[in-house]
Design a protein around this ligand. Structure first.
Ligand code: D41
Length: 672
């Protein structure tokens, strides 16, 4: 290749790659396969390696620097980066609206609404369409030069695309890290024994303040433009909606949730809508921002003390709050697993009073170095159980490390932690009162035997008063015994007995699930029930056989087999069945020996009666019909067969005499 040709080819490749980047990062509609994209990049790299003269700094191959910067330089923003006033409730938003309506002498104001990203504000300067500098907000006038790092963010175009490229343009936006990127980064940091970040915002900040852009490039940062600063171009930008649309045309990513809002009521609905979506978004947001849409009106309003009077951030209640860890309680689960639970100084997070948080397991406590008495950040997002995000080490006073108990807090049996497992377990089994109670709670639960009205508290009460020791005892309870209990009326006692009786009619899969075998959830229980069809067959299944079933691994197979080898468990199952627990035997006829086959009987049978033969065929999944047709598989004939036999011969259908028929069913060993 000649140099001239190489320059042309490199140019074409850059155009194409930039275009694909735009479709992927800005429009969110990828138009090529990753493979194809990678090929184009490879081709460009090859050309640039052979002809280094073709390289320019806005080539997509030049995002990551080859060496760290020495220190962060100062950058003066062409126009200052203002700050945002806040509203924390509806009233404050209304007074914002009233104030500016008065100022502008209008009845209603049109706003532009957008999500408020919880990241870091940056200013990206483009001159003649080329990215020149990117700087943090700093004090609003002077920021830190983070160009080398912002260049590594795939969403940020190194050169603008489209028409009417401005001579100069400052793009204001927010650098954020996705939840996914945050989780990946923290896992990697943990593996390397390095500092983990408390939240995506801190992680984004830490990543942007790297001297070495090769480190930043490995972290998944995103960028969203929310406005402009200095602008020298010939496209008329008369309102904020236009600005965002034009930024998108020039190849800059803009939040997909921006919306034009006709009045303050629409702003309130927008706020409510975004708030419900909050936990589903890929990024953390801490509120919404409303901006007066018309630039002319913005000018008229101006700003006070570095904050524009035409914009306001309506903040969401924070998902994270500070509180004190009062105690770590160790709970024993159904399978003996010990779970540490944090008891907190009650604190309201996102509208809900939080008193407990999960600590998952002992490893988690060690990793986060959580100690009783510490001040911590608790986080509640969506419907998830609140969790401790991080310890505020600066506030730590005299606290000592938490030690996992070496005996079970419920029964005093030994606690073991198997190699390779993070879980500590009580080995007490069903001798352990905690495990016993959890087993009964599980048995009665909705997806198991579904005993209506039999809640945790009642189960504990029944156990403490000596009425139930195992799940089988539930079916021996009488209404009188129940009415004698504290807080239990005759009516509730009667209802409970009815519910218990009702639970006797169940399905095999529910029953298997209810037994609470370790690692056997609903899905596995369903698989086992479908495969074995009777509790007797399940009891006899070997581990070797169980592992051949899809989705059952060696550990689950072992657990199932081990469970049914315990005499105690078999006794309980027997008692339950004696008490009247039953399920309909559903046959999957297709999987049986004669599944889907059609038989016709003719002549008088001597070895067994016609009804008996019919029953046997049906037990094996066969269907018995009267007329011979092309669909018939076999005609079984006895003495003096009639016309049905002749038709079978004519149609070429297989015929069997009684002896061959007997041999055939004997081979299938069907119990009579
Ligand atoms: O998403 C954001 N964090 C965001 C920040 C946004 N959507 N809009 C913003 N608009 C402004 C003005 C109105 C001053 C141009 C902002 C910020 N400012 C801002 N971010 C950090 C300081 C100010």
């Amino acid at each position: 290749m000649q140099l001239e040709q190489a320059i042309k080819k490199a140019y074409a490749l850059r155009q194409l790659i930039t275009h694909y980047n735009y479709q992927y990062y800005v429009l969110d509609t990828p138009s090529v396969m990753d493979y194809e994209y990678d090929q184009l990049m490879r081709e460009l790299i090859d050309i640039e390696t052979e002809f280094p003269e073709t390289i320019n700094s806005n080539s997509p191959t030049q995002r990551v620097g080859v060496s760290p910067v020495i220190k962060f330089q100062e950058v003066k923003h062409l126009l200052p980066m203002l700050s945002l006033a806040n509203a924390f409730n509806e009233e404050e938003l209304h007074s914002f609206n009233t104030r500016i309506k008065q100022e502008l002498c209008v009845d209603t104001i049109e706003f532009s609404g957008e999500t408020k990203f919880d990241g870091l504000a940056v200013n990206v300067l483009y001159e003649n369409g080329l990215l020149i500098t990117a700087a943090t907000r700093g004090d609003g006038s002077l920021g830190e030069d983070v160009t080398h790092n912002v260049r590594t963010i795939q969403q940020v175009p190194l050169s603008l695309i489209g028409e009417n490229i401005p001579l100069s343009l400052e793009v204001r936006g927010e650098v954020v890290m996705t939840h996914k990127g945050f989780a990946i980064l923290n896992n990697r940091q943990r593996d390397k024994g390095e500092k983990v970040f408390a939240n995506p915002r801190n992680a984004a900040a830490g990543s942007l303040r790297q001297l070495d852009s090769r480190v930043t490039a490995e972290r998944q940062l995103s960028f969203f433009a929310y406005g402009i600063g200095d602008y020298n171009g010939n496209v008329d930008l008369t309102n904020h909606t236009n600005i965002l649309r034009q930024l998108k045309r020039w190849g800059l990513p803009v939040s997909t949730e921006t919306k034009r809002l006709n009045n303050i009521d629409e702003c309130l609905s927008y706020y409510a809508k975004i708030r419900t979506m909050r936990s589903e978004l890929a990024h953390d947001i801490d509120g919404v921002v409303f901006k007066v849409n018309e630039i002319a009106q913005q000018r008229q309003l101006g700003f006070v003390s570095r904050a524009p009077r035409w914009a306001i951030a309506y903040k969401f209640p924070p998902l994270e709050k500070m509180t004190q860890l009062l105690d770590i309680e160790v709970q024993v689960g159904r399978t003996g697993a010990l779970t540490p639970v944090a008891r907190l100084l009650p604190v309201k997070v996102a509208g809900v009073m939080i008193t407990n948080a999960t600590l998952h397991n002992f490893d988690e406590i060690k990793r986060k170095d959580v100690r009783i008495g510490d001040w911590v950040y608790v986080r509640r997002a969506g419907d998830v159980i609140p969790e401790i995000v991080a310890v505020i080490k600066e506030r730590r006073l005299d606290v000592s490390e938490f030690i996992m108990p070496d005996v079970c807090p419920a029964c005093g049996a030994d606690v073991v932690c198997q190699d390779g497992e993070t879980v500590y377990r009580c080995i007490g089994g069903l001798i352990c009162s905690a495990q016993k109670i959890q087993a009964i709670i599980h048995f009665a639960s909705r997806k198991a035997m579904n005993i209506d009205g039999l809640g945790d508290k009642l189960i504990i009460q029944l156990n403490e008063s000596g009425l139930i020791n195992t799940v089988a005892d539930l079916y021996l309870l009488s209404q009188e015994q129940l009415s004698d209990l504290n807080r239990m009326g005759t009516k509730s006692a009667k209802n409970l007995i009815t519910a218990i009786n009702k639970s006797k009619n169940t399905t095999l899969e529910r029953f298997v699930y209810a037994l609470g075998i370790r690692e056997v959830g609903e899905a596995t229980a369903r698989t086992i029930a479908a495969r074995y069809k009777s509790i007797k067959s399940i009891e006899q299944a070997t581990s070797k056989e169980l592992v051949t079933i899809p989705d059952i691994g060696p550990i689950t197979a072992f657990n199932i087999n081990h469970f049914f080898q315990q005499k105690y468990n078999l006794q309980i199952i027997q008692s339950l069945i004696t008490a009247g627990i039953n399920w309909e035997i559903k046959r999957d006829t297709m999987s049986l020996a004669f599944g889907g086959m059609v038989f016709v009987l003719t002549g008088s049978l001597l070895i067994m009666t016609r009804d008996e033969a019919k029953r046997r065929l049906m037990l094996l999944g066969g269907k018995v019909t009267e007329k011979v047709s092309k669909k018939t598989n076999y005609v079984i004939y006895g003495k003096n067969p009639g016309s049905k036999y002749d038709i079978a011969i004519k149609l070429g259908i297989k015929t069997l005499n009684e002896e061959s028929f007997m041999k055939m069913i004997e081979k299938e060993k069907v119990e009579p």
